[in-house]
Design a protein around this ligand. Structure first.
Ligand SMILES: Nc1nc2c(ncn2[C@@H]2O[C@H](COP(=O)(O)OP(=O)(O)OP(=O)(O)O)[C@@H](O)[C@H]2O)c(=O)[nH]1
Length: 327
């Protein structure tokens, strides 16, 4: 399937009670012209409660009057995605995108990986972006205490800050600064009782087109020296020199082998020697992929990469990348 027949998927994450369901309900009721299939992902932490709990299989599909399809499912995400794609192909269900609400306690990494790792899923679906809701009142404490909450912020392409009505403007500024230090890549926007712009949630092309890097080339300027708190941090690599494609390939494969566990997200626009087009590379943990981007044409050629992860050896990675440049 070509990318324009693929079904875009948004992963909606955020800690318990952050306001995910409030946001989803708004989106499900608004008149936006999208036919969204919502998957309420109620799996617990992998393995554990599948073994401990007797799961209610089966699913409940409700069609809303704006054309959205709400699909509450428990169980295996891959199976559900395959079933939905099959129903769409045979005309039994009509939807043009999927939103997955993940359980608040979980690291969204495994859900993201599904879209790279599982062949049948990767054939029909395209991961559009990760949207994370953070509670302005309790978010700070949650980030202190829960590694999963940090991962949710680290994975985000967009961060929506809920409950700003419950705190002072100073407190809003403080939590915003903290979110930016964990993930400088994701714009942070306040959202009151789920009242987000649909365009902040859907079709953000966070994962595929590197929208941020393409639209705002200065986004990464000044990002190198970010100081980080907690475990999750980000850093960028930029250079106007071309990469030696073979060297880079080898280096990135080894980085991903060794640090895949700690790498939450990485993405970039690459300037490779001998290539007339941009190469867009991105990944989650060990799953790395690349695509051809726009032709460089007369644009100034340069490399921009961002790495987000837990306790990453920033200097080792930056130095290694430097050595892959054509001298
Ligand atoms: N004051 C205030 N309350 C909000 C806001 N957004 C959501 N809430 C409330 O926060 C509570 C939790 O919201 P939910 O949408 O259920 O949160 P959730 O992230 O889906 O929660 P889980 O499903 O438990 O993970 C509800 O009582 C909401 O009404 C907001 O902007 N301001």
């Amino acid at each position: 399937m070509s990318s324009n027949t693929m079904i875009p998927v948004t992963i909606l994450t955020g800690f318990l009670g952050a306001g995910k369901t409030t946001l989803l309900n708004r989106i499900l009721k608004a008149q936006h012209g999208h036919r969204i299939a919502v998957i309420e992902n109620e799996f617990g932490p992998e393995g554990v409660d599948n073994d401990l709990l007797v799961r209610e299989e089966g699913e409940q599909i409700v069609e809303m009057n704006n054309g959205c399809v709400c699909c509450s499912v428990r169980g295996d995400l891959v199976r559900i995605l395959d079933e939905l794609a099959a129903k769409r192909r045979t005309g039994k269900l009509n939807f043009d995108r999927v939103v997955i609400e993940t359980t608040g306690m979980a690291n969204p990494g495994p859900v993201c990986q599904t879209f790279f790792m599982d062949d049948s899923v990767a054939e029909s679906y395209l991961l559009d972006g990760v949207v994370t809701v953070v509670d302005a009142k309790h978010g700070g404490q949650t980030l202190d205490e829960q590694a999963e909450a940090q991962a949710q912020v680290g994975f985000a392409d967009r961060i929506l800050l809920s409950k700003t009505d419950l705190v002072t403007p100073e407190e809003v500024a403080a939590i915003k600064a903290r979110l930016v230090s964990i993930n400088p890549r994701a714009p942070v926007k306040p959202v009151a009782f789920g009242d987000a712009d649909v365009s902040d949630v859907l079709d953000i092309k966070g994962f595929n087109l590197n929208a941020i890097l393409d639209i705002d080339p200065d986004f990464l300027a000044g990002l190198h020296e970010h100081s980080h708190e907690g475990d999750v941090s980000a850093f960028a690599f930029t250079s106007d020199k071309a990469f030696d494609g073979a060297k880079l390939d080898e280096f990135l494969s080894s980085i991903v082998q060794v640090f895949g566990e700690s790498l939450l997200r990485y993405k970039g626009v690459l300037f490779i020697k001998g290539m007339d087009r941009r190469v867009i590379f991105q990944g989650v943990h060990m799953m790395m992929g690349s695509d051809m981007g726009k032709a460089w044409g007369k644009d100034k050629r340069s490399n921009k990469m961002v790495f987000i992860g837990r306790k990453l050896p920033r200097d080792v990675i930056l130095k290694g990348l430097e050595q892959c440049l054509v001298s």
